[in-house]
Design a protein around this ligand. Structure first.
Ligand code: C5P
Length: 421
């Protein structure tokens, strides 16, 4: 993760650079982790480990059925905490566990959640420690149902899940695929990335709720022939971090991404493009419905005038490539701007940073320009950290060296200020 990247690389980059602040994550969050009796319980072990690695504080409660699949010892070792399961434990810590467990947690995550536990919770039963603790809980509850497809689609389970959603619990839709019972269908545990984002959203201010945001990210590729292209070193990380953090804060996010090697952020609509012209056409089509557009892509400024249909031969006589200008997507949006649309651009500079940033702010008619130094060892391409200055017509704010996600959050803070009359 970014925070570790920051710490690990501190020694290499010398004492003059400040340490990166940690990524906004689940560190210190207290998670009451319920594990119920499904074969998918083994996946929960991996998730507890992910949470512990992130320094979240995890307390596991297992149902009796869960203990048929996996031992308490596993969860105790992975979480570093006592594992609970007995409703009638007589030791001082166990006696009131059904009340104290949720009092000492920030949220409940039940994964896997079986049809049985879902039914218990939907009917307010409290006949085991987990269901009693959830009934006593005044904190957000997240469920990851995992079961055979027919059990999931049974009207009883559907009604129970509807009831739990009505109560205000978050139900993460199970993934589809091959199930342990041999059938294929919905019922698998979701990806951890989706669950993590769901937890992070619970803890985030929903100050972008209802906003429709389009973000461009990554490089573009401008083909020369069927195998060669012109491109740049952009990894897409900054744009993807903006998409994740905006989604966490409640926005509806569309990411128009050039060729990058990053997983799609959960809950974000991702439209893949290759060339600058494709990116421009896609953005133009989608811009209509947006409140905020952020140009984080490193769009190639030029493209080869022609793309050869056949591979150019090494023995051929090509000694130069004729280029033509690509459209400037943000400048076009700035020229034909609809009232109320907020435009944020980036200025990746190697020198005269702020002067260049201010020129782009004015020439492209933007509301905010994020300036960064592409030559800095921890602020350039393909690194986990960034240090930027936020320029508006009125002021400038220099941010410290931060992970790209933390930088993204600070950019959204400024956007929220600008968007609030
Ligand atoms: O002029 P320059 O390329 O440095 O401007 C950077 C800003 O403009 C970024 O926000 C980038 O996404 C956007 N841009 C664009 N279309 C281009 C070139 C840059 O939208 N052809």
């Amino acid at each position: 993760m970014a925070a570790q990247g920051g710490r690990n690389s501190a020694g290499r980059t010398g004492a003059t650079e400040p340490a990166a602040a940690p990524a906004p994550g689940l560190q210190g969050r207290r998670i009451l982790f319920g594990v119920t009796g499904s074969i998918a319980a083994f996946k929960a072990a991996g998730w507890v480990r992910c949470l512990a690695n992130e320094e979240a504080r995890v307390t596991v409660v297992m149902t009796r059925a869960a203990e048929q699949f996996i031992s308490r010892l596993t969860f105790g070792a992975l979480s570093g905490n006592r594992v609970h399961g007995d409703m009638f434990a007589s030791d001082p810590e166990g006696i009131m566990a059904h009340i104290t467990l949720s009092r000492e947690a920030d949220c409940v995550l039940i994964a896997p959640a079986t049809a049985q536990t879902i039914a218990r919770l939907a009917h307010g039963l409290a006949d085991d420690l987990l269901s009693a603790a959830v009934l006593a809980a005044d904190i957000p509850v997240v469920l990851c149902p995992a079961m055979n497809t027919n059990m999931l689609h049974h009207p009883a389970t559907r009604d129970n899940l509807d009831r739990l959603r009505e109560i205000g619990y978050t139900v993460i839709a199970p993934a589809s695929g091959s199930l342990a019972c041999g059938e294929v269908g919905a019922g698998r545990m979701p990806e951890w990335d989706l669950v993590r984002e769901t937890l992070l959203a619970l803890f985030a201010d929903q100050d972008l709720a209802g906003r429709r945001i389009l973000i461009t990210a990554g490089p573009t590729r401008e083909p020369l022939d069927p195998v060669r292209y012109l491109s740049n070193r952009s990894s897409g990380r900054m744009g993807y971090a903006l998409a994740r953090t905006a989604r966490r804060r409640g926005a509806g996010v569309t990411l128009v991404a050039g060729p990058v090697n990053l997983p799609d952020p959960p809950g974000v609509r991702v439209v893949r493009v290759t060339t600058a012209v494709e990116m421009r056409d896609t953005v133009r089509t989608l811009a209509e419905g947006m409140d905020i557009i952020v140009g984080a892509a490193a769009v190639a400024d030029f493209r080869p005038r022609t793309c050869q249909e056949r591979k150019i031969k090494k023995r051929g006589a090509v000694t130069s490539i004729e280029l033509e200008r690509n459209p400037d997507i943000m400048a076009e949006l700035g020229r034909n701007r609809r009232p109320g649309l907020l435009l944020v651009g980036f200025a990746a500079e190697s020198h005269d940073h702020e002067q260049e940033g201010r020129r782009k702010l004015e020439e492209k008619n933007l509301d905010l320009v994020v300036v960064n130094d592409i030559l800095g060892s921890r602020t350039g391409f393909d690194v986990e950290t960034n240090q930027v200055t936020l320029l508006t017509a009125r002021d400038r704010r220099r941010l410290p060296l931060l992970s790209k996600e933390a930088t993204a959050d600070r950019i959204w803070d400024r956007v929220v200020e600008l968007a609030t009359p």
